[in-house]
Design a protein around this ligand. Structure first.
Ligand code: GDP
Ligand code: FE
Ligand code: FE
Length: 207
């Protein structure tokens, strides 16, 4: 498994039709990219994303694929991310950030080019899953919220987030955005501008 990962010899999987077998192949590709604990998180996000897809009338298949791949690149090295940012047309200001911001925004590049997933909604959901955005598709909201409320999460506010997610997805996005920003400010870490844009759109009251 480590040889495959190191050499990037990863087979493109045929996900259309998204059969049980196709899903299992994708699960394997994802599993070999990460620790046991992170893989468990990913399966939890899939479970929550499928529940939200059913609740809000979205494709269960696309929710599953996006959830399974949202943290695909999270354990890639900083050097690997820097290489892609510098050589594949990304905004070079990204170089001043780190894994937290890269693994979704740049991680979608690995998902597209290693797994052969080209669906624009799925790639957008991966790109936006950490910071959110002022405008989000239904799938992007589902993945953003599912990542926060999956069964393995345990932090103050998660119960309220789960309650809101079933009640009103937009309210759940707003709640998560506010909680995350408060948490980051509490840690004195730099706030990525898109995170602030998300806050301004979803939380701030304009006067
Ligand atoms: P995970 O990949 O499942 O752990 O969850 P996320 O992708 O949502 O978040 C990854 C990390 O990025 C978490 O530790 C967040 O707190 C952090 N994060 C989210 N937004 C920002 C931001 O604007 N700035 C910084 N520095 N970190 C952020
Ligand atoms: Fe993530
Ligand atoms: Fe995640």
């Amino acid at each position: 498994i480590s040889i495959f990962r190191k050499w990037g010899c990863i087979a493109m999987i045929k996900l259309n039709p998204y059969t049980e077998e196709a899903r299992l192949l994708l699960v394997q590709q994802v599993q070999m990219q990460m620790s046991e604990a992170r893989f468990e998180h990913v399966l939890g996000v899939e479970q929550s994303a499928i529940a939200l897809a059913k609740r809000y009338g979205y494709s269960v298949e696309k929710a599953s694929i996006a959830a399974l791949t949202h943290d695909y690149a999270k354990e890639r090295s900083a050097d690997e991310f820097r290489f892609i940012i510098e050589n594949k047309g990304f905004d070079l200001n990204l170089l001043r950030w780190g894994n937290a911001i890269w693994h979704g925004l740049v991680g979608a590049y690995f998902v597209e080019h290693e797994l052969g997933i080209t669906d624009h909604d799925i790639l957008e959901a991966i790109r936006l899953h950490t910071t959110g955005a002022p405008q989000m598709s239904l799938l992007s909201k589902i993945i953003y919220v599912a990542d926060y409320i999956e069964p393995g999460r345990d932090f103050p506010g998660v119960e309220e987030a789960r309650r809101l997610a079933v009640l009103d997805l937009d309210q759940a996005v707003a709640f998560e955005t506010k909680q995350t920003l408060q948490y980051l400010i509490g840690k004195n870490v730099p706030i990525y501008p898109k995170t602030i844009e998300t806050y301004n759109q979803w939380v701030a009251k304009h006067s």
